[in-house]
Ligand binder design. Structure first.
Ligand code: CO
Length: 136
């Protein structure tokens, strides 16, 4: 069911500083920062040949990553994202298998303009897991 690894997300206090580190030290290609107020984050993508790294910086007072950064003040791996071709079919299969979908279970539009869902980390080896619908 799952397809390509779309991205690995790293929560950071400052996405600009994180980007500078990846650009200057690792020689990575960096996207322009994007504010996603509906998700409570600012995102920057590191574009790698085979996947992406997503830096997540808290945006606003109720950012969903604020607690994570309290526990991980230096930043840390926040989630991984796999591509699926039909997100509602994927969700129905996961729910039938006993996995928990976060929120109201309805896909939201993510940073790439595609529908995304998050799966409970306790059901996936302690790792918050995102599914993103990418047409085949
Ligand atoms: Co993500």
């Amino acid at each position: 069911m799952i397809g390509r690894l779309n991205h690995v997300a790293i929560a950071v206090q400052n996405a600009g500083k994180a980007s500078d580190t990846y650009r200057d030290i690792l020689g990575a290609k960096i996207s322009a920062p994007q504010d996603l107020p509906e998700h409570g984050v600012r995102v920057v993508f590191v574009e790698l040949p085979n996947t992406k790294i997503e830096f997540l910086e808290p945006l606003g007072v109720n950012s969903p990553i604020a607690k994570f950064l309290e526990r991980n003040p230096d930043g840390g791996m926040h989630h991984i994202c796999y591509e699926v071709t039909d997100i509602r079919a994927a969700r129905d299969r996961l729910v039938a298998g006993g996995a928990r979908v976060l929120g109201d279970g309805e896909p939201k539009i993510g940073a790439h303009g595609n529908p995304v869902l998050f799966l409970h980390p306790k059901d996936f080896l302690g790792t918050l897991t995102e599914l993103e619908e990418v047409p085949a």
